[in-house]
Ligand binder design. Structure first.
Ligand SMILES: Nc1ncnc2c1ncn2[C@@H]1O[C@H](COP(=O)(O)OP(=O)(O)OP(=O)(O)O)[C@@H](O)[C@H]1O
Ligand SMILES: [Mg+2]
Length: 147
């Protein structure tokens, strides 16, 4: 039987919650029996999305980050939403090396999310917030039969 599962959580945009959300999402994904590499990819992508909420969406403020996760047909979907400043030009924001940050940001967060997950969708309204939806298919693996 195909397993289905989901959870939602809301955290404040405190920097400590970046590792907290990353750990919770990766623990949730474990039921799909991912490889070590797949888990690491998920952690990295989630970490980038949550960090963006903390440093860009709620720059100089503390706001809520809404996480929705589900598993269906071996696909993990992670939706990370904020109600922060929003993104004016999504296409430009997603270009590698583009950053609006004046400190040492590389502008690679979206590129990393894109390369570590199967798909990424970004929706944003200036002044209202941003939603990033990440998807990753986890292949079913079977135990090797004894010879
Ligand atoms: N949740 C968000 N709310 C508002 N703006 C965002 C959000 N996420 C990304 N952005 C905008 O998109 C730009 C690109 O994001 P990206 O994660 O690719 O790079 P970065 O965060 O600037 O640098 P890095 O992730 O390498 O530290 C950001 O500089 C910011 O302007
Ligand atoms: Mg970033």
């Amino acid at each position: 039987m195909k397993s289905e599962n989901s959870f939602s959580m809301t955290v404040l945009s405190k920097s400590s919650n970046e590792s907290f959300v990353r750990s919770v999402v990766s623990a949730f994904a474990l039921s799909l029996d991912p490889t070590v590499e797949e888990i690491s990819d998920i952690k990295t992508a989630v970490s980038e999305a949550v960090t963006n909420c903390i440093v860009h969406a709620y720059k100089d403020t503390i706001g809520k980050i809404y996480i929705n996760c589900d598993i269906k047909d071996n696909v993990l979907t992670v939706k990370i939403r904020d109600r922060g400043i929003g993104i004016e030009n999504i296409e430009q924001a997603m270009e590698p090396l583009f950053t609006t940050s004046d400190d040492e940001r590389a502008g690679l967060g979206f590129a990393v999310m894109q390369s570590f997950m199967d798909s990424i969708r970004v929706r944003s309204v200036v002044g209202k917030g941003t939603t990033v939806t990440l998807k990753k298919h986890i292949s079913v693996r079977y135990a090797t039969k004894k010879q």
